[in-house]
Design a protein around this ligand. Structure first.
Ligand code: PMP
Length: 361
């Protein structure tokens, strides 16, 4: 077996024990005679699978009973539309922290529904930092505040959740969910496409606080109304069964690693190895994010020229390190090292970086 180190921004590496577990059960779930891909979503075995998944997630992140856990489809991108449809009332307004491409997309969709206000943005600095506290303009009358906890393209991450007073806080946590401890109680909604930190693509985790449901207008299309999915426990229609199964296994794996405290330390430690390599390169590698806004998930940097960046990406790929090219909109290098990305892969990257800089610098 020659598994490579996949530095892609997502879908991304999954824990090997999870892949092996799924492989073992792919012909037959124990005692069921069928795989998870074949059983009815209304069967007892699937009840157990989704129940275990929810229990594992609650345990993992301390998700209180005030918050519902939903497994939806349409990616995090559909949430950009569903959130304002459900929570931005006619004549109301919502505040947005704009920290990069993904928060811009959330704003664009909200604008189709109502008034989306920019509470703070770092566009002037090419989205290299989380906006400084003294630049925020929060509207106490906003229906909610939306943030992107980690900007996958720029590689900037909020060090902790912002204090937004009494206004409901909604977070797109697609690229750093459960990568460190999180105080779920502080959020009205947390959502994340699974394909980076939690499982395969095709399933979106949505955690929604119960009191938010009272704000949803009547008459929304059934599938776009959170109430439907809360009432039916994500089983209004056929849910993404395989994704739910894998999320349950990944959550179990994180619990076995010692939970979010331990995982958070390991993630910070992995990221520090790469940032140290950048900082000690004498300017050969130039980091994009300001130090206080650096992401532990997506590490973005430039080389002295685009030609060298191209060579860096292709030589790394030849050595079993794939997916290091930056997003097509910004270029440069991006190393995505999510929960399941092994420390050995980070060490391999760091020694490759030193070697490359020596040869090319
Ligand atoms: N938000 C963030 C922060 C993302 O990184 C992504 C995907 N890269 C999305 C939203 C969109 O997610 P999806 O592809 O699941 O719609």
């Amino acid at each position: 077996m020659t598994r490579i180190y996949n530095f892609s921004s997502g879908p991304a590496m999954l824990p090997e024990p999870v892949l092996a577990h799924a492989q073992r059960e792919l012909m037959e779930l124990p005692g069921v005679g069928m795989s998870v891909l074949e059983i009815s979503h209304r069967s007892k075995p699937f009840d157990a699978i989704i129940g275990t998944c929810v229990d594992n997630l609650r345990k993992l992140a301390g998700i209180p009973t005030s918050h519902h856990i939903l497994f939806l489809q349409g990616g995090a991108s559909l949430q950009f539309s569903m959130l304002p449809m459900n929570f931005l009332p006619a004549g109301g307004k919502a505040d947005f922290f704009v920290t990069g491409t993904w928060s811009q997309k959330a704003v664009a969709e909200a604008k189709k529904v109502g008034t989306a206000q920019i509470a703070a943005t770092d566009e002037a600095n090419n989205f290299s930092r989380i906006p400084d506290r003294d630049t925020w303009k929060l509207d106490p009358g906003a229906a909610y505040v939306h943030m992107t906890t980690n900007e996958t393209i720029g590689g900037v991450e909020w060090p902790s959740e912002p204090d937004v007073g009494g206004v409901p806080l909604i977070a797109d946590a697609s690229s750093d969910i459960f990568s460190r401890p999180i105080d779920v109680a502080k959020y009205a909604v947390i959502y994340a496409g699974a394909q980076k930190n939690l499982g395969p693509s095709g399933v979106t985790l949505v955690i929604v606080r119960d009191d938010m449901l009272a704000k949803i207008p009547k008459g929304l299309p059934t599938m776009l109304d959170y109430t439907t999915h809360v009432k039916e426990k994500s089983l209004y229609n056929t849910p993404p069964v395989f994704g739910i199964y894998i999320i349950g296994l990944v959550a179990q794996w994180i619990l076995e690693q010692g939970g979010l405290e331990t995982l958070g330390r390991a993630n910070a430690d992995k990221a520090k190895l790469v940032y140290d390599a950048i900082d000690k390169s004498g300017g050969f590698y130039r980091p994009h994010a300001r130090p206080d806004s650096r992401s532990n998930m997506n590490i973005t940097f430039r080389l002295p020229s685009e030609a060298l960046e191209k060579r860096f990406v292709s030589e790394a790929a030849r050595q079993g390190m794939d997916g290091l090219g930056g997003h097509r909109s910004v270029g440069g290098i991006r190393a995505s090292i999510y929960n399941a990305f092994p420390r050995t892969g980070v060490e391999a990257l760091v020694s490759f970086m030193a070697e490359f800089a020596k040869q090319a610098g």
